[in-house]
Design a protein around this ligand. Sequence first.
Ligand code: SN0
Length: 336
Amino acid sequence: MKSFLNVEDLGDLKEALKEATEIKSDRFKYDTLGKNKTLLMVFFNNSLRTRLSTQKAGMNLGMNVIVLDVNAGAWKLETERGVIMDGDKSEHLLEAIPVMGSFCDVIGIRSFAGLSDRDYDYAETVYHQFEKYSGKPVFAMETATVHPLQAFADLFTIAEYAPKRNKRPKVVLSWAPHPKSLPQAVPNSFAQWMIAAEKQSLPLGGVGDLAGMDFVITHPEGYELDPAFTKGATIEYDQRKAFEGADFIYAKNWSCPGVTKCEDYGKILSKDMSWCVDTEHMSWTNNAHFMHCLPVRRNMIVTDEVIEAPTSLVIPEAANREISATVVLKRILQSL
Ligand code: SN0
């Protein structure tokens, strides 16, 4: 695997989940695969889980790991070509990328959406520049439009917990309010991966004998996600109807994806607190598991009671990020 952005990059999902199960039972199984190979993790934005879990994954595989926080000690980087660099940006990405590539074998990139220029964000401009100019395999650690390491861990977590209650669970992605404008990367990838799993009529294998799922997205009008990620998904604007009979509630805020109205891209269209997931919301479900990628704003996205309930999966879900990252890095190392 030379690039990891989308679910298709992983190939057969069943195989990937089996591999995740294998890694979870012995996370050091491939601890010599990465000997003398260097992972460079480049962060343009903050991170807690991605930073720790991906570094841990590299170490599980015997790699050396370098972490670069671009905004904390590196030169400020210009990303646009053709700009007269007379401002505060000292170095151009077009020099910085090949230099980074010369010190490593694999590069992970975190570069959030700017949320002002939809075309620039949705073209994954920064990620593709790394692909083109680093000469090394690259993988997304949340880029402008996707967060595949998160979605893979989410699917694996659902595969672990679903069979105990329902081999074909109802999984609901619910928008929830937030004070800031957030990217669509997490819901885009979650939808893409759930739809890929939904299509599987055969058991998915791995830990869970998961026989696909029923996937529903709920959000206020105007928050429609890009159809490139949600094609084939059921959208239910009535949150209560969407929650009825759900086995998994995956809450997340996102800003306006600008699908129906391009000029609204990145804007906050609603702060409707009635979408905050509380115990009443959960009473509409089939005693659902609560999920969120974290970090989460308590009592905006979800109440203290719901996130602290025994059915909440936020901690095991985060812990599974080590598993998804180990599988992805293993695949990349095997293709070097
Ligand atoms: C990011 C997002 O894409 O929504 C990362 C999630 C993994 N979340 C935030 O930036 C939250 C920031 C905040 O202040 O709550």
